[in-house]
Every structure is written in C-alpha cells, then in structure tokens.
Design a protein around this ligand. Structure first.
Ligand SMILES: [Zn+2]
Length: 292
C-alpha cells in the first residue's frame, strides 16, 4: 500500500504549498481537497516527481518545457549578430508572416492609409518547426486492386459509409467504382494531394482535401506516444519520418541559425547536454544580460 501512502503525503504537501500562494493565483491552480486522514503533520516541502507526459505537441522539447529555450531566445535577440529581431525570431513555433492592406483613419473625411505588417519568426518553413518531415507509403493508404466503393482505403476512420469515406467516394473528382490502380495521374493527384476545396456532398457543405494532407493534419498533429493505439499502429505502418533536409532537424529557419553569440549558433547550444550548456553560459561575460 506504499503508493496510497505516497499519494496521500504528496497531495497534502502540494495542498500546503498551494495555500502559500495568493487567493488570486490559487484560482488558477488545481484545487485539492484535504486528504481524508485523522492527522498528518511534520511534512516538509516535498518535491513530487511523477511520470505524466508533458503534452501532445510534437514541437515541445526539453528546452521549451523547462523555459531554458525561452531564455536562450532572449539572449540571442539581445546579443546575436547579425541582429535578427525579438525573441520570436528564434522561436520554432512562430512562422514568418507578412501582410499588407488599407486602413481607414477617422469616420468623417476618412482617408485610407496603406499599412503593412511583418513578423519574423524562427520556424523552419519546410518542416514547420517539427524538425522532421513525413512521407507516406502509398501502398499502405489504398489497395490498388480495389475501387473506393469497394473500400480501397486502408486508413483507420475511413470505413465505407462513414463521412470520411463519403467525402472521397462522392466527390465526383474520379470514378469511385474504378480500381485505384487504374486512376490517371490527375485522378490520383486529386485523391492524394488536392488542395482544400469546398463542395456539397449529400446536400451538405464540406471541405474536400487530398488524403495525404488530411491524414497529416488529423493524425500527425500529436506526437507518437499520445496517439490512440490503432492510429499509432497505422502511422507506424504507413508513415516514415526523416530528418528535415532544410534545417537538419534543428526546427529553425536559416536566418535564425545564422545568428551567432560568442561564435555559437542557437541550434548548436540547443543540442548540448544541459550541463555543457550551463558551463558555456557561465563563461559568457555579458553584463547587459547578467540577470538571465
Ligand atoms: Zn526544418
């Protein structure tokens, strides 16, 4: 019954620590009831280590989860050469975007001003900050000898008659009664890669999109461990992951990778063991960023 004891002690310790925060902060924290025990005293501050997953975002790393990477981004935005921009310019969660348009100023005698917006992000445009690119084994997506109407698709969640399957069989872009192996190049492209397009299926407005990008969005948005078992089994069979050829797995844009502090790039530092990183930082003598 040791786990019962440890959980009780951990819950009480956590509750005691939470009580030291202001009522405002406590409002944002998980609310724990006092454990159902007669007496529990003499508890010192406990550090509770559990084995829960950090979260399902495939872009999270040791650096982002601990905020160490956020500190490095500030360091590079202040000291890096060439100067690239704020900390966002080194974030692999932030894409570089550009927009422009007209802005009307005032209600009467309104005049239009041309404005443009630019944000520099650190995201590698090829892999969108994941560090790896995916490829799908077509032979695992469909059985070329079967037609779509016969259930040629092999991805989970695309059972004949379901909405996912009807999107393809009733799209009208190809003959659902023809074996996929006999599709023309154009038809195969529409099936696998077509850009999103609105269409009416069975009287309902739906968005049609090729099977490959659709599966990528719906199934590969989580990292492998957080997937449901049947999805994970399919992904293991059908999808291959390769290091992104553009950023070489660093997740960062070429601009962000080129910036140096004391001869080192942020990607190089990110690849270090945490102890080596601490030692490198300790040798850096920069009073302007000393609090970091
Ligand atoms: Zn990349």
């Amino acid at each position: 019954k040791s786990s019962l004891v440890f959980h009780t002690v951990a819950a009480e310790s956590q509750r005691l620590i939470n009580e030291t925060y202001s009522a405002f902060v406590q409002g944002f924290m998980p609310n724990r009831a006092r454990p159902d025990v007669d007496v529990l005293d003499g508890l010192t501050t406990a550090i509770v280590v559990d084995q829960q997953r950090l979260g399902g975002d495939p872009r999270s790393t040791v650096g982002t989860a601990t905020d160490a990477y956020a500190m490095l981004r500030v360091l590079y935005s202040r000291l890096g050469t060439p100067h690239l921009g704020g900390p966002g310019a080194f974030s692999f969660n932030t894409a570089t975007v550009e927009a422009s348009g007209a802005l009307s100023v005032g209600k009467e005698h309104a005049r239009a001003e041309k404005v443009s917006f630019h944000r520099t992000g650190g995201m590698c445009p090829r892999c969108e900050g994941r560090g790896s690119v995916t490829d799908m084994d077509r032979t695992r997506l469909y059985d070329a000898s079967k037609s779509l109407a016969d259930g040629a698709r092999l991805a989970p969640g695309y059972k004949a008659g379901g909405w996912n399957a009807r999107l393809y069989t009733e799209s009208g872009l190809y003959d659902a009664g023809k074996p996929v192996g006999e599709f023309t190049e154009r038809e195969l492209h529409d099936l696998l890669y077509r850009e999103p397009v609105r269409m009416k299926i069975a009287g309902i407005n739906m968005t049609y999109e090729g099977l490959v990008p659709r599966i990528r969005k719906s199934m590969l948005a989580k990292d492998r461990e957080s997937m449901q078992p049947h999805i994970r089994a399919f992904v293991d069979r059908a999808v291959t992951f390769a290091t992104c050829p553009e950023c070489e797995g660093t997740r960062l844009s070429a601009e962000a990778r080129a910036v140096r502090v004391a001869g080192k790039g942020i990607a190089e530092l990110s690849a270090l063991q945490i102890g080596d990183l601490a030692a490198w930082l300790a040798r850096l003598d920069e009073p302007s960023v000393a609090p970091l």
